[in-house]
Design a protein around this ligand. Structure first.
Ligand code: PAF
Length: 204
């Protein structure tokens, strides 16, 4: 006997498809936002999201490599894209819906005129080397929150500055969402799991 086929989580790509898929969802909703290249650390965030909304709740995973948070010299074009594997992981972790827009869907008028200013913290720590990064992150997170309208949004503690800024944005802009932190998943070596670990090579 062969293995039972896993039902794949449906994927929507446009705002209209997303709105239609969420129109009749009246149960608690959670979102896990990602840029794809998913690993089991993302899977753990999905499991936490499921715990927030319960078995009958609704979990959306977004997969979008957000150009706005990459500077011109950064790795936007080579950022790992593993869409089929990502869909499989979302399905294993019982996500109800995947929203995977293109840049044209997210930014139909090109780069937005109005963006979310992360304030002083956006220019410290990682922001010293990446001064435009957190503006891009907060802008896309606020757009994705508006499009998915979740009760809970889960973000990993691995990106602690990002998590802190998203919490501050939700607090300062009165966003109607609970930001839930997810613990950092680690490799056996202790290295924090990250999509960009693919760029690393072992050293002697
Ligand atoms: O942490 C990430 O993967 C990204 O910064 C996020 C939150 C999905 C926004 O693009």
């Amino acid at each position: 006997m062969g293995q039972r086929q896993l039902d794949l989580t449906p994927v929507v790509q446009t705002r209209e498809e997303l709105a239609a898929a969420l129109a009749n969802v009246v149960v608690p909703r959670a979102v896990v936002m990602t840029m794809g290249g998913l690993h089991s650390g993302h899977g753990d965030l999905m499991t936490l999201a499921r715990e927030c909304v319960g078995d009958d709740g609704h979990l959306t995973v977004t997969i979008f490599v957000n150009p706005l948070q990459f500077a011109a010299h950064e790795d936007l074009s080579k950022y790992p894209r593993t869409f089929e594997d990502d869909v499989a992981l979302c399905s294993e972790r019982s996500a109800d819906l995947i929203f995977a827009p293109t840049p044209d869907v997210m930014y139909p008028n090109g780069d937005p005129e109005v963006t979310v200013d992360p304030g002083d913290l956006g220019l410290r720590f990682e922001g010293i080397a990446r001064p435009t990064h957190f503006r891009g992150v907060l802008t896309v997170v606020s757009k994705l929150l508006n499009l998915t309208r979740p009760d809970y949004a889960i973000f990993g503690e691995k990106d602690y500055q990002q998590l802190t800024l998203i919490r501050q944005m939700a607090r300062d802009l009165d966003l109607p969402v609970e930001i839930v932190p997810g613990p950092t998943a680690r490799e056996e070596s202790g290295l924090a799991m990250s999509t960009r670990n693919k760029y690393l090579s072992p050293t002697a």
